[in-house]
Write a protein that binds this ligand. Structure first.
Ligand SMILES: [Mg+2]
Length: 260
């Protein structure tokens, strides 16, 4: 993998990133099974219809919601032993420092075959900070072929960061979860891919749980399995494309592959 360094126009405070990484680790260590869930702040704070109307006027198009860290990329303060794809710059006490980012195998193929073709609407939903998420996404999209729509493949309206997460308490502990009901889409046509089961706690039937990508698993194939699944359920030659509720297909098709 080639290392490419270029200046990032909007400095990111390192303490925020570290806070974020620590938060992820803490959340990963907590199980969601059998827990009592209580929304923090009440329904008055809930966002609604955060996405614009579906582009192209196709209400039947499915929406693929992708987590960022641990699902599409791994980011480190130090170069990874197996290399990295690009860096973004952070500001530490007035000095620029690089963050090293490695893409999970299959990221480019997933975005190109599902997003660039218009087959799926792609949404990034991450608990990370907006400046960090934008920097990583822009680098990924800029590296795709010129006919891929570039940054328009995932426009700002389709980048949901931590302010869009819902705060809930599970066994008294606060968590940020990704409430798909705020999207303004038919939940029978929404798929979320995430490395934390807690993220889709409110709509578990829509979730595809992948292993956490740490930049070490060179043979990781989870995103290729997700891509295969998404293509299969849209293939008019197969019976799945007639199924109106994608949640039935997630349970039927995907977990056999991911457990291989
Ligand atoms: Mg994650």
């Amino acid at each position: 993998m080639a290392a490419v360094t270029s200046p990032f126009p909007e400095p990111i405070l390192l303490y925020s990133l570290i806070e974020n990484l620590i938060e992820f680790k803490e959340m990963e260590m907590q199980s969601s099974s059998g827990n009592v869930v209580e929304e923090v702040g009440g329904s008055s704070n809930k966002k609604e219809n955060v996405l614009p109307p579906m582009a192209g006027g196709n209400p039947n198009k499915k929406t693929l919601v992708l987590d960022l860290d641990g699902t599409l990329v791994h980011t480190s303060l130090m170069p990874m032993p197996l290399g990295y794809h690009f860096t973004i710059n952070v500001s530490v006490q007035g000095c620029d420092k690089p963050l090293y980012v490695v893409k999970r195998p299959g990221v480019d193929q997933l975005l190109l075959q599902l997003g660039s073709t218009g087959l799926y609407e792609i949404v990034i939903f991450t608990a990370s900070h907006k400046a960090y998420a934008d920097a990583v996404l822009d680098k990924i999209l800029d590296s795709l072929p010129s006919n891929s729509q570039g940054r328009n493949l995932i426009p700002p309206t389709h980048r949901l960061t931590r302010n869009y997460c819902t705060k809930i308490r599970v066994k008294g502990e606060p968590h940020k979860v990704k409430d798909l009901s705020i999207l303004g889409r038919d939940l029978k046509k929404v798929i979320i891919v995430d490395d934390r089961e807690m993220s889709f706690l409110l709509q578990p039937e829509n979730g595809i749980l992948v292993d956490c990508w740490t930049g070490q698993q060179v043979r990781d194939a989870d995103l290729f399995h997700v891509l295969s699944f998404c293509l299969k359920i849209e293939d008019p030659k197969l019976p799945y494309s007639a199924t109106e509720d994608v949640t039935e297909l997630i349970q039927e098709l995907i977990y056999d592959q991911l457990s291989d």
